[in-house]
Design a protein around this ligand. Structure first.
Ligand code: PLP
Length: 363
């Protein structure tokens, strides 16, 4: 069976080796005579999987000891709410940098909880760029935190460096570029990410939170919405998404087998270059949505001369075995999501297809 040339934005391609390993253990994990889905979440076998996932993530991301790794549910979208619920004190303000629809959604939820302010925004440009760090305006005297979205899945922009804040934690939605490159976790107060792009299947959300933020979190919140609940119970307060956590553990092993995030970063840079080169060498036939220095290495967004060309491109791409190339409904055009699990060879095939399509297309 030929695997699809899968450029879906999420849920997205998983490493084939991970799926094969899971298939081999599907009916009988660790000689239990059960599928991983049938294990008690309180069993030793599941506990080992759970602990391994946390340990691997800490190792791969070099997470310092003063951080807690939590496995939650509700997707990144629930973090839009949990972050301000836990961290936005009534006498403080939450600052948001708007770089796309997901940061707008995060801000919308925070507004329901407390005082907010837009610290910088690229909305006027239809989110073609990431604001320069110097453009970010916040007041350290009243800031509860500053929130950014490190990679904008829909618009195809990505932060290359992060703001250094005084007296306020930096909070990051890293859903679509976690584990795609080396980052210094100690620069962040809290990182969250839905799993369904670089971490595994949907169903588990990773939160990496500095311990002092858990300790200073607001109390009197609904139990399940309090970081402290999950931190105190090692993310086993209630039934966790066991299958998703198991698959996460396999993806993390795969990341190690690839040589860690440094190697993945090199690979992702090479993959992105193939497609951006196809855009840049097309004499304006393809136009990138993002300005060059804000280009994402995870989601490459581009347009064609008109709707007819776009329709033809997508139809022919589909017939050639490419999946998921249509742009998000809010910006149209095309998008190739090239997360960690998308092989370089698939990006090369896409770049070649783009070149051929341009040569043969007639309006
Ligand atoms: N944030 C970003 C950057 C995303 O790309 C997405 C989903 O694509 C979300 C948040 C929402 O994630 P979820 O569907 O896990 O709530």
């Amino acid at each position: 069976m030929k695997r699809a040339l899968n450029f879906n934005a999420g849920p997205a391609a998983l490493p084939e080796a991970v799926l094969q390993k899971a298939q081999g253990e599907w009916l009988n994990i660790e000689d239990t005579g059960m599928s991983v889905m049938e294990l008690s979440h309180r069993s030793n076998t599941f506990d080992a999987i759970h602990s391994k996932s946390i340990a691997l993530l800490k190792e791969i991301m070099d997470i310092p000891d003063n951080y807690e790794v939590l496995f939650l549910q509700g997707g990144a979208s629930l973090q839009f709410t949990m972050v301000p619920m836990n961290l936005l004190q009534s006498d403080r303000k939450a600052y948001y940098v708007l770089t796309g629809s997901w940061s707008e959604k995060a801000l919308k939820e925070a507004k329901k909880i407390g005082n907010t302010e837009i610290a910088a925004s690229a909305k006027e440009s239809n989110y073609t760029y990431i604001p320069a760090v110097e453009e970010i305006a916040y007041n350290p005297a009243d800031a509860a935190y500053l929130h950014i979205t490190t990679n904008n899945t829909i618009y195809g922009t990505q932060w290359k460096g992060y703001p250094q804040l005084e007296n306020a934690p930096l909070i990051a939605d890293m859903s679509s570029d976690i584990l795609s490159k080396k980052i210094d976790v100690s620069k962040f107060g809290l990182i969250y990410a839905g799993a369904q792009k670089n971490l595994g299947p949907s169903g588990v959300t990773v939160v990496i939170i500095r311990k002092d933020l858990i300790n200073s979190s607001l109390t009197n919140l609904p139990t399940m919405l309090q970081y402290e609940t999950h931190a105190k119970s090692n993310s086993l307060y209630n039934t966790p998404p066991t299958l998703a956590i198991y698959l996460l553990s396999l993806v993390l092993e795969w990341v190690q087998d690839q040589g860690g995030v440094e190697k993945l970063e090199e690979m992702n840079t090479a993959k992105a270059k193939l497609i951006y080169d196809a855009i840049d060498n097309s004499e304006g036939f393809y136009k990138g949505h993002a300005v060059p220095d804000s280009r994402s290495h995870m989601n490459v967004t581009f347009t064609l001369p008109d709707d007819h060309a776009t329709k033809q491109f997508l139809e022919q791409a589909k017939a050639a075995g490419f999946v998921g190339l249509n742009g998000h409904r809010s910006i149209g055009g095309c998008r190739a999501s090239i997360y960690n699990a998308v092989p370089l060879s698939h990006c090369a095939e896409l770049a070649e297809f783009m070149k051929k399509f341009k040569e043969t297309y007639s309006a």
